[in-house]
Design a protein around this ligand. Structure first.
Ligand SMILES: [Zn+2]
Ligand SMILES: [Zn+2]
Length: 204
């Protein structure tokens, strides 16, 4: 008996479909063997632990013999940060902390000398000490413009600070202690002190 060509082709297609379904069933069965449902010898995958974050390096002390971040006994580098709040600079007018520490250290040492002298001359007693507050330290162009400072101001390089010690007029003291630097006598008991390397005096 003759089988038509069409019938043969139909049978071939059916066998191919059946083979594909069989393969799918085999794949599925193997899959179930690899991941059995509930119990058995199956070990759940061990979660890969997140890599431990690298420990933050201890910040280097900015002055040897002092706690980290200090330029002098009572003065931290951060006290000299620009007041722009990040609007114009990183706090040190573009300098790295290490660069800023190097630039500002002589000023901080001068201010420490002044602070010690203020407390010697005007003791508060009771273990309390008068502070020398940094009203303005670093200034970037943005901040300098805001306070109408001169573009050539020593504040832009971190060697100047406007300082206040409540209740004490310290202008004469800074004049005395800073013979080779700048002292500006501020109207609001807030003298400008800088370590420019030569004597300069003015009123502002
Ligand atoms: Zn700034
Ligand atoms: Zn100033």
């Amino acid at each position: 008996m003759a089988i038509s060509h069409n019938a043969l082709m139909g049978a071939k297609e059916s066998i191919e479909i059946a083979a594909k379904m069989l393969q799918l069933a085999i794949d599925e069965a193997e899959g179930f063997e690899k991941v059995p449902q509930g119990g058995g010898d199956y070990d759940p995958p061990i979660p890969v632990p997140e890599p431990e974050p690298e420990p933050m390096p201890e910040p280097e002390p900015v002055a040897p013999g002092l706690p980290a971040g200090y330029l002098a006994k009572n003065f931290k580098l951060s006290e000299f940060r620009c007041k722009c709040g990040g609007k114009g600079c990183n706090g040190y007018n573009g300098l790295s902390e290490a660069q800023a520490a190097a630039a500002t250290k002589p000023l901080a040492e001068l201010l420490q000398k002044g602070r010690d002298e203020i407390n010697r001359r005007h003791p508060l007693g009771g273990g309390k000490e008068r502070a020398v507050n940094i009203v303005s330290g670093y200034r970037c162009a943005y901040e300098n413009k805001k306070v109408s400072g001169e573009a050539s101001s020593r504040h832009v390089t971190g060697i100047a600070a406007d300082v206040s010690t409540p209740g004490i007029d310290t202008g004469a003291l800074w004049d005395e202690l800073n013979p080779n630097g700048g002292v500006g006598y501020g109207g609001k008991n807030c003298p400008h002190v800088d370590t420019r390397g030569y004597r300069s005096r003015w009123k502002y």
